[in-house]
Design a protein around this ligand. Sequence first.
Ligand code: G6Q
Length: 555
Amino acid sequence: MSAIPVKSSYAEPLPNVPLHRHICQQLQQHYQALRHQHMRDMFAEDPQRFERFSLQVGDLFLDYSKNRINSETMALLVKLAEEADITGWRDRMFGGEKINNTENRAVLHVALRNRSDRPVWVDGVDVMPDVRAVIDKMAAFAEQVREGAWLGYSGKRITDVVNIGIGGSDLGPQMVYQALKPYRHPDLKVHFISNVDGTHAEEALEALNPETTLFIISSKTFTTQETMTNAFFTRSWFLQHAQLECHIARHFVAVSTNRDAVVAFGIDAAQMFEFWDWVGGRYSLWSAIGLSIVLAIGHENFLALLQGAHDMDEHFQHAPLAQNMPVIMAMLGVWYNNFFGAESQVILPYDHYLRSLPMYLEQADMESNGKSVDRNGQVVDYATGAIVWGASGINGQHAFYQLIHQGTKLIPADFIVSMQSHSSLQSHHDILVANFLAQTEALMRGRTLEETQSSVTDQAYLAQKVFAGNHPSNALLVNQLTPHALGMLLAAYEHKIFVQGVIWNLNSFDQWGVELGKQLAKQILPELSLHDAVTSHDASTNGLINYYHRWRKAS
Ligand code: G6Q
């Protein structure tokens, strides 16, 4: 057997991040002193706790006082951030250094939303002129479509846009499209096809008219199997109706870094919206991958989204670590992950329009920091990225909150709520906000046996009705879910992920863990249409392939 490194159990709290052993030992000692303290006592002892542990940055207000921390915790965590050279790594990222070492690439999604007139250098070249040119090209194209000047092959205006992409070329635009619904063009709908389960494409096309539909093939590589399968399928669906290949030009555009593949597909290079290898897929909604967003909400709103992200970038670059929102969020995550042994992080938006945010952050976080080998190729012996999960908070209350309140796992929670709803139903909004407040209070305070005794009428099964409390949460308040505020929120999470990656000494910008399955799928695909039984895999995989053979033959 070759030397596959064996890791120690990740269930253990593993504080000894190797590069920062001394400060981690201090944090470990501090953890031992603090672990049995209850947050309700901390609040009772410190009337300033809310002011002490909260901060406003632009449209966002972060209350992190309902965490299992005191001033010493935060001072130690900031010291850890300093020792890990967060500021150095941050400057290297913004400076265009190739910090994505395994792919030899710079990491510059921040350049895409650089609204200042500062240059951003990659290999001695300022990338900003190209970035601005693509933004302008997207704006000009979107304006034509939105105003009805861009017509389909039979002379009708475009009413539907279909983004075909997957992963980073799908989740971001889809989430933003949903989040910014009030800003959408009233007569232009955007649809997203990602899944290679044929039902996704079939169902999406069922309701569409080829004469009035525009397809965006969004793929950084333009080789992704799922996307290209759906792209070729929609192309032939379109041609069945439109007949002539020359009509493709009015109905297909591409977003990619791979010009040759785009042209080979039959899309004119002039109808390709470019981005660059220094934009990671899961960080790409700010690039041309956001074309569907621009079409939906218009250029000005897209610029506001970029501006919001840029404002967060500025804050991240210039605020001291102790008052730096992404750094605080990141270090709290490290505190629970590496000292309390917490395995997951739940994202709970109390905003219907943010209901896809948990799914988006699952990718952003877990594909970035779900790694057990550090940036130098060493197997780590400490916990890295948490399992990120979540759903609409109010719906979760009636589903999985039981486990957060009374289960055996410690699950740090991020509650996200807009102060001002886009709905005119103020009483609905009050109920929503009351529930968010109640949940964070209940998680923090819990309910003791005595309190339970005096507050419930049925005194049976009291133990089951007690809440231990002391469950940590952050409250992220958004003034109103505007494009600018959303930009700030997403950039805050991106930088949180970045900071955690630095603490854990990871390259947060590669994703080798998605490769093996893709390669095996390519091998297996031709085997599915063989007549003879397959014997080249393990018994389980052979058995499953041959089971599928029988179904395939039968149908
Ligand atoms: C994101 C990942 C991944 C990627 C998709 C789509 O960071 O790399 O989710 O975005 O695999 O890739 P293409 O855009 O190349 O089709």
